[in-house]
Design a protein around this ligand. Sequence first.
Ligand code: NAD
Length: 475
Amino acid sequence: MREFRNLVGGALVEAADGRTLDSVNPATGETWARVPRGGREDAERAVAAARAAAPKWAGMPALGRAHFLRKVADVFASNAQELAEIETRDNGRILRDTLKRDLPGMTFLWQIAAGQTLDAVKGDSVVLGPDTWGFTRREPYGVVLGIIPWNSPISTFSAKAAYALAAGNTVIIKPAEQASASVLRLGELLADVLPPGVLNIVSGLGEEVGDALVRHRGVNKISLTGSTETGQIITRASADALKPLTFELGGKSPNIVFADADLDAAALGVTVNSIYTGNAGQVCVAGSRILIQRPIWDEMLERIKSAAGGLVLGEPLDMATTMGPIVSRPQFERVVSYLKTEADLVFGGRYGSEVVPALPGGYWVEPTLYTTTDNTLRICQEEVFGPVAVAIPFDTDDEALAISNDSTYGLAAGLWTRDLGRVQRFVRDLDSGTVWVNTFRQMPPGLPFGGVKDSGYGHDAVLAYTREKAAIIQT
Ligand code: NAD
């Protein structure tokens, strides 16, 4: 059994009252680690540590902060295998993704953030008269709270911590109770790399330590990646202090395939690279609604079935595995509840031990596809967060746009076509934070990533962790 501790003020500590949470390996259903179950006192200590470290970190020259962030990038690079394995064991995200995609990507992200420390101190100036000029100063907020979900802890940790630190803030990260281990392991590795208190990590339940941190007057800005409901709760809880918020929330992203598309690329793009990915559909941008133009309806369903049939479900630590389990029993039950739908089943629909008999305790759901023409169904409107997609036919561009935008969410969309005029129109008219054309799920650092409508607002980037002050000087 692995035991992990919080990182507070540079020290690795248990929860103030010694309580713990079990961390379950979703491929086996067995508890493999214990993590601290923080509470109000842990929130107090983390905020005090972050506040104590803030003046020196904010006052450090940008190049000094860059030096520290490059050292963090080195920690990611030299511990990639161990970190990837911990995350895979903790949340079931296949090792092919954590090791080959997340760790190299996040090493790069910390290097980029190191290079952006200078952007965080650049301002504008304006000459107002012979003796008067004005200029802007970018300043850090102070203490930033990053609240992250369980599906990609190392990636969401990095997107918040790297940019917030680059901008001169000190940081508290609250990982998700279902999968905190990889982030807590990072805390162990970074305890001696960053000055004490600059980065703090406190695990525990959202409604306990999470809520205490959200309400704390010593926290100056909050960035949440999580569900829309949690975004609404945090908005209310932080309203009295008018805290600036960044929300990357849920999605119900359309993946729209036109008859003129490269159907080989589209079939992979709407299945393996989208909804039935290594994270078993537990991806905020999952293309869970597949819109198919009628002339290619039958052919695309066949191609999707064949691509999904090639997936290998099983032990996520095995590099041959291409789809893992659902993260936890409650989430598994939630996904299974969507399998009772009025839509027509094309393939899949099985769950539990019969899907992977070798690992009967795991939370398995088969890649599943339904079809319907009724976009009002629950399966078309609600985020399943599992390997369950629904295909919807359409005839015209107008119809495809209308169905796509008929959603409370607006996180991402995929478009498969060779028609450039159509691309222009859809990029403009889709209600969505990102539009991918003839590709899916690429999220390069340097481009904003975030949503509209119930998918949130703002995004994690260096300038998003600064505020501007104006100065007007007359001599
Ligand atoms: P969740 O909202 O239940 O939990 C996310 C985090 O919020 C966890 O750390 C949790 O402990 C914390 N939390 C919950 N209640 C809280 C409260 N009252 N106060 C403070 N913190 C609280 O989400 P989840 O189930 O862990 O993750 C799945 C959701 O995350 C999905 O909706 C998914 O789409 C979304 N997600 C979005 C993105 C994105 O970038 N848009 C990326 C990944 C996941």
